[in-house]
Ligand binder design. Sequence first.
Ligand SMILES: [Zn+2]
Length: 85
Amino acid sequence: MKLIIYILFVFFVYKISKYLLTPSVSSKRKVYRNADAADDLMIKDPVCEVYFLKKDGIFLNFGGKEMFFCSPECRDKFVKLNSNK
Ligand SMILES: [Zn+2]
């Protein structure tokens, strides 16, 4: 009978410590996952090869393909280069 109480106690302590340790780990993971979300993604400008945040980029729908550029100048340059072909 004493052994069962001891086992339950150990299990209880284990549960408590797990409960106390888990939130910090999962919240850290959540922040990391949010940083990886679409809008905070770092993408490369195909014209000047500069990296920038997708949310700060200039959007262009080029023949159904979604493209992002660091500035309107790069977007115009890309359109010009690809329409000459
Ligand atoms: Zn650029």
